[in-house]
Design a protein around this ligand. Structure first.
Ligand code: SF4
Length: 291
């Protein structure tokens, strides 16, 4: 199949400007990585221009090779013990009131990176007590004891993406499992944390499958969802099967809200961390409105 032509609504703002340069300088100075650039996110111009970035911990080499993702696969370096402090400082310098942290998958580590994750969130909290912390975590091999180790740091929002519908998961996420990811989200919600998930459209899923996925998320207690268009980052990634219209995305948002999600962002350029801070009022309630 030839490459589909990108529709008008996916034309994006190119990175540049003062805000972009500032974020770039801070991130580089602390030797950190962002999923914004590693994942070739189309929103980088807008987000970095607004002083928002998603920091990626545990390196920039992933042990998995999901077919939708542009992050490099291979043998990662050992975790950097200075990273928790560096991330905490970066959040402070950037003056983030809402930060999003993610990581590569670390199947090479006995604890899959859970302790490093916990230490990083704790360090951010110590340095930035007013900052709302959202995380987008790997599945920690679905091990409840590793999830619990990480959850000791008590992040405000805990995201774990399904990425796609159940039928397409084996093709899209090579080592992951739809059911295991649902179990991870269920564990998070049962422990009293706010669980969030995201899916991409345009990989060949049907409308029924999308709705089923929303129902599956609700059934495990996940009430925050993002729905965005899959974009092929490199020729070796999966091709786009369909460009979903903004109207259809809006329809899924309304369906999600009607079904009981308390947060639903759905649109062609929506990513798990895109406009994540819109959920701030849910997380901290009215107590932050006085600050
Ligand atoms: S949507 Fe998320 S990953 Fe993309 S540029 Fe914005 S903060 Fe970075």
């Amino acid at each position: 199949m030839g490459e589909l032509r990108k529709p008008e609504w996916l034309k994006i703002k190119l990175p540049g400007g003062e805000g972009y340069a500032q974020v770039n300088a801070v991130v580089k100075k602390h030797g950190l990585h962002t999923i914004c650039s590693s994942g070739m996110c189309p929103n980088i111009g807008e987000c970095w221009g607004n002083g928002v970035a998603t920091l990626m911990i545990l390196g920039d080499i992933c042990t998995r090779s999901c077919k939708f993702c542009a992050t490099a696969t291979g043998k990662p370096l050992p975790p950097n013990s200075h990273e928790p402090a560096n991330v905490a400082q970066t959040v402070k310098i950037m003056g983030l009131s809402y930060c999003v942290i993610t990581s590569v998958d670390r199947d090479d580590l006995p604890d899959h990176g859970a302790k490093h994750w916990r230490d990083t969130i704790n360090a951010i909290r110590r340095e930035n007590p007013e900052t709302t912390i959202e995380v987008l975590i790997p599945d920690f091999d679905g091990k409840p004891e590793l999830l619990d180790l990480f959850l000791e740091s008590a992040p405000d929002v805990v995201g774990h993406n399904l990425e796609t519908v159940e039928r397409l998961t084996p093709q899209v996420r090579t080592k992951a499992s739809y059911r295991r990811s649902l179990a991870v989200l269920e564990h998070i919600a049962k422990k009293g944390f706010r669980a969030k998930s995201g899916i991409m459209l345009g990989l060949g899923e049907t409308r029924e499958e999308i709705i089923q996925t929303l129902d599956d998320l609700l059934s495990v207690g996940c009430r925050m969802v993002t729905i965005g268009q899959y974009l092929r980052p490199r020729p070796e990634n999966l091709p786009v099967q369909r460009y979903v219209t903004p109207q259809e995305f809006e329809e899924y948002k309304q369906i999600a809200l009607q079904k009981g999600f308390e947060f639903a962002e759905s649109g062609p350029l929506v990513r798990s961390s895109y406009h994540a801070d819109k959920a701030k009022h849910l997380v901290r309630g009215c107590c932050t409105s006085n600050h």
